[in-house]
Design a protein around this ligand. Structure first.
Ligand code: GCO
Ligand code: MG
Length: 405
């Protein structure tokens, strides 16, 4: 089965998505997600100019060979733009193989390891009460795990929070230049410990609670937060500190038993090899779209399983439903799957473009038996939502110093 064409689409039904369609001479095509939030057009140019011409005429069944060709052949290796491009091609080829075999992709990966995929929902509020009310709504809907984010009193904007304190990440669409957010670790600490204390008082110990620090703390501050949160039994504390220096997580690990998760920005296994091998984390959050697709995620999951590290794929709204579908198949298969982040299936515009086969019931997700990834993309509808330049925010400390985002 020969690849005849690689098409790239950019649409913005509320936020930008880059979707790749790989066509073959047998009429079967596959879909992939190449969305790199805030740098979308770099990936579009990369695929159209540098990747697509190399694929024409290749056998669409040679997933591994094509992955190695694109990864090793580029010479420069790694990098967010390169790996998002490889990811989209890889997902599309798995989609094609599944359609050709008339099987859902999870069957090709090795079959089902579980009844369904446990999801965690987002509860974000302007006050602790507001956040807890939203948590209660998710629990009432059947979710067994909820991520809690709350506005920090005294700051203008807080990551993950909407309303008057709107977090610019969530409201993509009208940010032609990067907005700026302020940060104070001192003010944050006062709020966050209270948030989880009250959450446990109100909801008891059965529900899983999670929290994303978005890399705002130094390792010793993360260690302190992990210790302070121990009584509230989090499923995990996400992105406590940046781990460009993977050894720095030893500091956090030496001080706390709060489970740690990281990895949503990682492009390859090399970004997390030491974290996994030294058992410095408990959950690895690499996403198919940003780490080269299904092929390397399967490899990372197997490697992580040796060290008791579970998978918890990134599931923010800037990963398209095509990526979510890819994660669903990996999650159904991976013996060491942990939990999947879930923010719903997008707005009404997005739902017109992407038609998926995922069903959610009582906080558990499942795919249909549709062959391939089980996702459809409406090219005509996508044309109604043209690309809009939009950036992620930049974070600064109160004295103006640029900080981690
Ligand atoms: C998450 C993430 C997102 C990211 C976003 C950046 O855990 O869901 O931290 O909120 O900020 O994906 O594009
Ligand atoms: Mg995160």
């Amino acid at each position: 089965m020969k690849i005849t064409q690689v098409k790239v689409f950019v649409c913005s039904p509320g936020r930008n998505f880059v979707t790749v369609k790989v066509m073959t001479d047998e009429g079967i095509f596959g879909l992939g997600d190449a969305t790199l939030n805030g740098r979308e057009m770099a990936v579009v140019a990369y695929i159209e100019e540098h990747v697509a011409p190399c694929l024409i005429g290749r056998n669409a069944h040679d997933i591994e060979d094509i992955w190695q060709y694109l990864y090793k052949g580029v010479y420069w290796r790694k990098g967010a733009v390169n790996m998002a491009a490889i990811a989209a091609i890889d997902m599309a080829l798995w989609d094609i193989k599944g359609k050709a075999a008339n099987m859902p992709v999870y069957q090709l990966l090795g079959g089902r390891s579980r009844r369904g995929v446990t999801l965690y929902a987002h509860a974000s509020g302007e006050t602790i009460d507001d956040t807890l009310d939203k948590t209660a709504e998710h629990i009432a809907q059947g979710f067994k795990a909820v991520r809690l984010q709350c506005a920090v009193p005294g700051l203008n904007v807080t990551y993950g929070v909407l309303g008057d304190k709107a977090d610019y990440f969530e409201l993509q669409g009208s940010r032609p230049l990067p907005p700026e957010e302020d940060w104070s670790t001192q003010k944050y600490f006062n709020m966050v410990v209270d948030l989880f204390k009250q959450a446990r008082e109100r909801f008891g110990n059965d529900v899983h609670l999670l929290h994303d620090v978005h890399s705002r703390l130094t390792p010793i501050e993360s260690a302190r937060l992990g210790k302070l949160l121990e009584p509230y039994n989090l499923l995990f504390l996400e992105d406590a500190s940046i781990a460009e220096n993977q050894d720095s997580y030893k500091i956090i690990r030496q001080h706390t038993t709060t489970p740690l998760a990281i990895g949503e920005t990682y492009n390859t296994i090399w970004d997390c090899k030491d974290l996994i091998q030294n058992q410095l984390i408990d959950y690895i959050r690499v996403a198919a779209t940003h780490a080269g697709g299904i092929t390397p995620l399967k490899r990372i999951a197997d490697f992580a399983s040796i060290y008791n590290v579970k998978t918890a794929p990134h599931g923010a709204p800037d990963l398209s439903p095509v990526c979510f579908a890819a994660h669903m198949h990996l999650n159904l298969w991976a013996p060491n799957f942990g939990i999947q982040e879930f923010v719903g299936f997008g707005n009404e515009h997005s739902k017109r473009i992407f038609k998926h086969s995922v069903e959610v019931k009582d906080g558990l997700a499942n795919v249909s038996e549709a062959p391939g990834l089980g996702i459809e993309f409406d090219e005509e509808a996508a044309k109604e939502y043209p690309y809009k330049r939009s950036y992620l925010p930049v974070s600064r400390l109160e004295d103006g110093t640029v900080w981690n985002w």
